[in-house]
Design a protein around this ligand. Structure first.
Ligand code: PFF
Length: 465
């Protein structure tokens, strides 16, 4: 990426590298893609939408979507990216040419760029909350708090648009600085060291929740399947979240795949990433819900859930202020390694198309996302009652990007990879033969696309029928 990713020395044939640079190994690709996948989606969003959608049944649908739709589409994205070796838009253009497909398939790349801008606009706001909480925990205000005090503290912060704007701006500036300088170094350190520590701390929090929280109820809420609690809108939310949490449907993984060494196996790599992502999300759920129940909070509290529950744990633990500070610092890092990947499809494209300097493109893109993000900042205070179709600005951007654009992008990617892409390219990239090849065909041509279509179709039918 820019001069950021060092080209691996020697091993790679010259026409098989990306002009933006290459990951130096398969492992580095796993780290980068995991850095992209693991983020606010796992620790902030998964618990709160699970809470809003009634728990267990929602989790089952989510897991099904990860396995049957997410993993195959991630493989497709990596495969497309690695065979095109350019930004998603230009990768699509050249694969369409090689495969004799219709020009309009390049909409996959364009829609991805737009989705990236929309998502980053609100992502930076929520990440800003996490950055603020680094300092807030360090200050010790949460010492000995209970659930309602913690909720009140969060509400007080959110009601001040200037404070929220300040932290959003800080996060956005940090993201753009990293992206502009080329990310390989920073990213490598971040994912190699910080991700394992984050997971460790999460597991520690699960331990706290098990001892002091109502673990039984939290566990049952997450894992007991009660089909009657599931709605079609919940199903769409679960599917959209499978895309969001794995960074799929908008070309982020395709862009990262373009820098992946040719020898590495796509299937094992992708399964590793999917499993890691899922483990982090479930750990976050197991850390949060037992506290929700013991503190008499409501699981459906919405976007503030993580910020209201976890400080209770930290406020009552020995060394809680230190642990809490570290925890929110790690969440902020997890967010930044995801935010970086949200910019990559647009960035790589603009660099290719206009031969532009990476830092210039990064600043312009950052400015657009920042401006758009102000709408989200205001959604939690000044504009809280300004609604379109019953949704605030934040809800609307989240809905359109997460429940429409990502699944639609993923659907098109599956259809392109399954039906249009030159057979030889798929065989070369995946290395599947015999039964594995047949299963792959079945999944990418039918299972994944039909899965998305059925959920889309039913939801529309339910809303308008
Ligand atoms: N996967 C990230 C998360 O779970 O926080 C969010 C994300 C990153 C979505 C990159 C989409 C994307 F392209």
């Amino acid at each position: 990426m820019g001069a950021g990713i060092p080209l691996a020395k020697g091993a790679i044939v010259p026409d098989d590298v990306s002009r933006h640079g290459m990951w130096s190994s398969r492992w580095l690709f796993v780290l980068a893609a995991t850095g992209s996948a693991v983020g606010l989606g796992n620790i902030w969003k998964f618990p709160y939408i699970t809470g809003e959608n009634g728990g267990g049944a929602f989790v089952v649908v989510y897991l099904l979507c990860i396995a049957a739709i997410g993993i195959p589409i991630m493989m497709a994205e990596v495969m497309l990216g690695r065979s095109g070796r350019q930004s998603p838009i230009n990768t699509m253009r050249s694969l369409i040419r090689e495969s004799g497909g219709h020009r309009s398939w390049s909409v996959i790349g364009w829609m991805g760029v737009l989705a990236g801008v929309l998502i980053l606009s609100f992502y930076a706001v929520i990440a800003g909350w996490a950055v603020f909480y680094v300092f807030r925990l360090a200050s010790g205000v949460f010492e000995g708090v209970d659930g309602s005090q913690s909720s009140a503290l969060f509400g007080e912060f959110l009601s001040n648009p200037w404070a929220v704007l300040l932290w959003q701006t800080l996060f956005m500036v940090a993201t753009i600085v990293i992206v502009a300088r080329g990310v390989a170094r920073g990213l490598e350190v971040a994912v190699r060291w910080l991700m394992p520590i984050l997971l460790l701390l999460l597991v520690g929090l699960v331990g706290y929740a098990a001892v002091y929280g109502d673990f039984g109820q939290g566990f049952a809420f997450l894992f007991s399947f009660d089909a009657s609690r599931l709605t079609w809108d919940g199903t769409l939310t679960a599917m959209g979240h499978a895309f969001f949490t794995l960074s799929l449907g908008m070309g982020a993984i395709m862009a990262y795949g373009a820098y992946m060494p040719s020898q590495a196996s796509i299937s094992t790599t992708v399964v590793t990433i999917g499993v890691l992502d899922t483990v982090v999300a479930l750990a976050a759920g197991l850390a949060i819900f037992p506290i929700v129940f013991v503190e008499g909070l409501v699981p459906g509290a919405g976007p503030g859930l993580m910020f209201e529950t976890l400080p209770v744990a930290f406020g009552n633990l020995p060394f809680g202020a230190v642990l809490g500070t570290i925890f929110f610092l790690l969440v902020s890092f997890a967010a930044i390694t995801s935010a970086i990947s949200l910019t990559e499809p647009a960035l790589a494209f603009l660099v290719e198309e206009y031969n532009a300097k990476r830092w210039r493109v990064a600043i312009s893109l950052g400015a657009v996302c920042w401006l758009l993000g102000i709408g989200t900042v205001l959604s939690f205070n000044v504009w809280a009652d300004a609604k379109l179709f019953g949704l605030t600005f934040f809800d609307l951007v989240d809905y359109v990007s997460g429940k429409i654009m990502l699944p639609l992008g993923g659907l098109l990617i599956a259809l392109f990879a399954g039906w249009v892409l030159n057979r030889r390219i798929a065989d070369e990239q995946l290395g599947f033969e015999g039964l594995r090849r047949e299963v792959w065909d079945l999944v990418i041509r039918f299972v994944a696309p039909l899965g998305v279509l059925v959920v889309f179709g039913y939801t529309i039918y339910q809303s308008f029928g």
